[in-house]
Design a protein around this ligand. Structure first.
Ligand code: SF4
Length: 317
């Protein structure tokens, strides 16, 4: 019987759990509609479940009616969102329920403090991700320099050399690749002669470095990525479950492939192809921070069905 191992830290992180609890709680105690700006968390199944509980997801704030009960997503929002909601009489302590993850708020606070201490702050993140957009608001808005990939280090060097900055700091979106961030810093440093980028502790006590970077990738992301290291050591195949827009799930998939292990990124059990498991003895399953436990269970169950079915066929032959 093939051995199926599910990663220790697969699935919901505490920030996602909290956001869903907030939304469900608000919807339960509200006879009318509850509005959420954007995807509360990046998982299509979770969104469908919440829609069935009377929650309305809108992409544009203009679609939220005046005075409506509103929940803000886990990824954080730019200050403009709060201003626009205030114009609709939607405010905190009243009808606005903010589910921003505290670890995203921490990144906002780091960005603000670095900026206030004279740093030009560069963000390692995905330009279209709501978290990166929200963090940018605390820096230079649309003009914030965002680097998306470690191989784009030359763009960072060019940005620094074509401007006159007293001090430069790099921070990261919470869900980026730990290795990618490390490589980005190494790549940049390999091209600098004298002063190099050095780690600034999260406490931000040492703000005298000319070039610094702060490790703002959240712990749940790190745990899920480090579980991939473990799975890759002895698994023949790795299945990653996550939403199509989920940054941290896509990073898990990319990491599994980097290790050279046959890997697949799926949203649900129906997408599993029995042929993937031909000749595989050791199967690894993991899931991004916005994937519910029941999807992990469904996928594990389906893999068991597929692999035990195969065994029965083999016995019959
Ligand atoms: S992935 Fe990290 S930052 Fe994002 S919601 Fe989860 S704990 Fe918070």
């Amino acid at each position: 019987m093939p051995d199926i191992k599910v990663a220790k830290h697969a699935g919901f992180c505490f920030g996602v759990k909290k956001a869903i609890e907030v939304a469900e709680d608000v919807a339960k105690n509200n006879d009318g509609k509850t509005y959420v700006h954007g995807q509360l968390v990046h998982n299509e199944k979770v969104i469908q479940d919440l829609e069935s509980k009377g929650i309305v997801f809108v992409e544009n704030i203009n679609e939220i009616p005046q005075n409506a009960i509103t929940v803000l997503r886990a990824h954080g929002e730019p200050g403009t969102t709060y201003q626009l909601l205030k114009e609709k009489s939607i405010t905190k302590g009243n009808n606005l329920n903010d589910a921003t993850c505290p670890l995203v708020t921490l990144v906002h606070n780091v960005a603000i403090k670095l900026k206030n201490n004279g740093y030009e702050v560069i963000l390692f993140g995905k330009k279209n991700h709501p978290e990166a957009i929200g963090t940018s608001y605390h820096l230079k808005g649309k003009n914030t320099f965002i680097v998306e990939h470690e191989d784009d280090y030359e763009q960072v060097l060019e940005y620094i050399s074509s401007n006159v900055f007293d001090k430069v700091a790099i921070i990261s979106q919470t869900t980026m690749s730990v290795n990618g961030y490390k490589k980005l810093i190494e790549n940049i440093n390999s091209r600098l002669d004298k002063e190099k980028f050095e780690l600034i502790p999260l406490s931000l006590k040492e703000l005298d470095k000319k070039y610094g970077y702060v490790d703002t990738i959240c712990n749940p992301t790190k745990q899920r990525q480090s579980d991939i290291d473990e799975l890759a050591m002895d698994r023949d195949i790795i299945i990653v479950i996550g939403g199509l827009n989920s940054s941290n799930s896509k990073e898990l998939y990319a990491k599994a492939k980097e290790f050279g292990v046959e890997s697949y990124f799926i949203q649900s059990a129906e997408q599993l192809n029995p042929e993937w498991f031909d000749g595989k003895e050791k199967i690894g399953v993991t899931a991004g921070a916005s994937t519910p436990d029941y999807l992990i269970d469904e996928v594990s169950h389906r893999i068991k069905e597929i692999t035990s079915g195969k065994q029965e066929d083999e016995i019959k032959i």
